[in-house]
Design a protein around this ligand. Structure first.
Ligand SMILES: Cc1ncc(COP(=O)(O)O)c(C=O)c1O
Length: 347
């Protein structure tokens, strides 16, 4: 992208491109704060580290419990463990890749210190009802928006709801600096604790000026690419209706505008691998989804209720990388038809 090239070149020419603090980082912080309506932003070295720092900022400590979905990014489980806290698994909803709000209540114990809510694979969690429940129970919510910058729920950006929210700027993400992340909050105490944990005599998990310079122009183009990805997702959904979770996310039910880091398909367990292999051979970036946590040892976590949907998603999910969603419309139609044929042949 020429805008990124120009911005990175300016940072290089300034001579301060390797610094951890400077005008690019400051501008990125301002832009993220205003875009996500969370005034206090900490830049960091990855989404994975962002999750851990955010949990620490929210007051999670060793021996506490943290609730998360039984199907989620593996690093979120590990971030809880890194603190010495215990993951408590709750099922995902049957109609979307997001935690089932109704199952959360029964998972809460006197040790529960936080709830992680991830928006996965173009699904958006019902943040209003979730925040209502969490507030009633006096628990902070970490909103994981690593997969969905650009998404919105009833006009408010995903990432603007949680007591803390995290973003990833990893190499394959919708906003990318090759690596990087951010933690957003509106609570001074949370922000302050994050700063303390990030400081080990120096900034232990920094984002550099060069990375910030690469990200700033992408904040400008995010909406444009978001709309293009959304249009492609609609085409794919029309052609592949039998293999998508529901029409919910695609139609923007509940006034949602989902963002697609990966477009999800649900394929029969027996044929998922061969379909992904055949697609890859044709140059189509289709891969298996997360493994989920349902089979994790009870020594490592507590399972609260049935994980039937999480197990299904772990076995059947295949994900199409977002690069395919920026193809021209006629190519997306051809891609959808190719995938349809592969899926039919695999049955
Ligand atoms: C939902 C979710 N959370 C967190 C992360 C971690 O981000 P990073 O790769 O920047 O460590 C990812 C990365 O894929 C993710 O999908």
């Amino acid at each position: 992208m020429p805008e990124v090239e120009a911005s990175v070149t300016r940072a290089l020419q300034s001579g301060a491109w390797g610094n951890y603090d400077g005008p690019n980082g400051a501008e990125l912080i301002d832009r993220l704060a205003s875009r996500f309506s969370q005034p206090l932003v900490t830049l960091c070295s990855s989404g994975t580290v962002a999750v851990e720092l955010a949990l620490r900022g929210l007051g999670v400590d060793a021996g506490h419990e943290v609730i998360l979905g039984g199907y989620d990014f593996p690093g979120n489980f590990r971030a809880i463990e890194a603190i010495g806290a215990i993951p408590v698994l709750v099922d995902l909803a049957a109609d979307r890749f997001a935690i089932d709000v109704d199952s959360i209540d029964q998972a809460i114990s006197d040790k529960t210190a936080a709830i992680i809510v991830s928006h996965l694979h173009g699904s958006l969690a019902p943040m209003r009802s979730l925040m209502k429940l969490a507030t009633t129970r006096g628990l902070p919510v970490l909103e994981d928006a690593c997969q969905c910058p650009g998404a919105a729920i009833a006009g408010a950006p995903a990432g603007s709801f949680g007591d803390a929210a995290v973003l990833s700027f990893g190499g394959s993400k919708l906003l990318t600096a090759g690596r990087g992340g951010a933690i957003l909050t509106r609570e001074g105490r949370v922000h302050q604790r994050i700063k303390v944990f990030q400081d080990r005599g120096n900034l232990a998990f920094p984002l550099s000026e060069l990375q910030a310079a690469a990200l700033i122009p992408q904040m400008e183009t995010l909406n444009h690419f978001h709309e293009r990805r959304l249009a492609s997702a609609k085409i794919l959904a029309q052609h592949l209706q039998a293999s998508i979770l529901s029409s919910y996310a695609i139609e923007g039910g509940d006034d949602q505008s989902p963002a697609y880091y990966k477009f999800p398909l649900l394929l029969p367990e027996q044929t998922r691998e061969s379909i992904c292999t055949a697609a890859s051979a044709l140059g189509v970036p289709l891969f298996a989804g997360f493994r989920g946590f349902a089979t994790r040892s009870s020594k490592r976590c507590r399972i609260a209720g049935s994980l039937v949907n999480s197990q299904r998603y772990a076995k059947e999910t295949a994900l199409l990388h977002h690069s395919a969603l920026l193809l021209e419309e006629s190519h997306v139609v051809r891609l959808a038809k190719t995938l349809h044929t592969l899926i039919e042949e695999g049955r």
